[in-house]
Design a protein around this ligand. Structure first.
Ligand SMILES: CC(C)(COP(=O)(O)OP(=O)(O)OC[C@H]1O[C@@H](n2cnc3c(N)ncnc32)[C@H](O)[C@@H]1OP(=O)(O)O)[C@@H](O)C(=O)NCCC(=O)NCCS
Length: 159
C-alpha cells in the first residue's frame, strides 16, 4: 500500500487588522499574562514589522519586531500550542532576522522570562546570548519576575 503524506503548506506574510481576533485568541491560550487586542492593534498602527505564519491557510503563529534608533527589538513571538516543535517558531524568527537585517540595524534584542526554557533554547540556537537582567520586568503570579535581555549581532551571512 502506498501512503500519501501531505506536507502542510506553510507561508509567512505581514499581519493584517483582520488577523487580530485569531491572534488575540492564540495569545490568550499561550501566555498567563497576554497582550490585549489593543496592544496588537497599536503595533500595527505604529508600523512595526508584524508577521503571521499560516498553516494550510490558517494563522497559527505571529511575531512582532520594532526597529528604532538603530536597534531592533523582538516584542513577541508565539506559536499556537498544537503546532509547537514543528520548526514554525524558528521559521518566523528567521523571517524577523531577515527583516531586521534589511533595516540595516546591527543588533537585535529581546526580553524573555528565565523560566521560559523552550523560548530560551530556540533563541540560543539562533545565536542570541544574554547581556543583561531586567529586575521585576514581568508580571508574575506572585509579584514580579526578572527578564533576561538577549542580543544577537546581525551580519549579512549568519542565521
Ligand atoms: C517559543 C516558541 C515561539 C517556539 O516555537 P516552536 O514553533 O515550538 O519552535 P520550533 O519548533 O522552531 O523549535 C522548538 C523545538 O522544536 C524542534 N523542532 C524544530 N523543527 C522540528 C520538526 N520539524 N520536527 C520536530 N521538532 C522540531 C526544535 O529542535 C526545538 O527543540 P529544542 O527547543 O528542544 O531544541 C513557542 O514555544 C511559543 O509560542 N511559546 C509560547 C509563547 C512564548 O513564550 N514566546 C516567547 C516569548 S519571549
Amino acid at each position: 500500500m502506498i501512503t500519501a503524506i501531505h506536507e502542510a503548506h506553510v507561508a509567512i506574510r505581514s499581519m493584517q487588522h483582520d488577523d487580530l481576533a485569531i491572534i488575540s485568541d492564540i495569545e490568550r491560550r499561550s501566555y498567563e499574562f497576554p497582550w490585549s487586542h489593543g496592544v496588537f492593534r497599536d503595533c500595527l498602527l505604529a508600523g512595526y514589522q508584524c508577521i503571521v505564519l499560516e498553516r494550510n491557510g490558517e494563522v497559527v503563529g505571529y511575531g512582532i519586531l520594532s526597529v528604532a534608533a538603530g536597534e531592533a527589538h523582538i516584542l513577541n513571538l508565539c506559536v499556537e500550542l498544537d503546532f509547537r516543535s514543528m520548526g514554525y517558531g524558528e521559521r518566523m524568527l528567521d523571517e524577523i532576522l531577515f527583516r531586521a537585517r534589511t533595516s540595516s540595524v546591527r543588533d537585535i534584542f529581546l526580553e524573555v522570562r528565565p523560566s521560559n526554557k523552550n523560548a530560551l533554547a530556540l533563541y540560543r540556537r539562533k545565536g542570541f546570548h544574554k547581556v543583561a537582567n531586567r529586575p521585576a520586568y514581568y508580571q508574575a503570579r506572585k509579584g514580579r519576575e526578572d527578564a533576561d535581555v538577549l542580543v544577537k549581532k546581525l551580519t549579512t551571512d549568519d542565521q
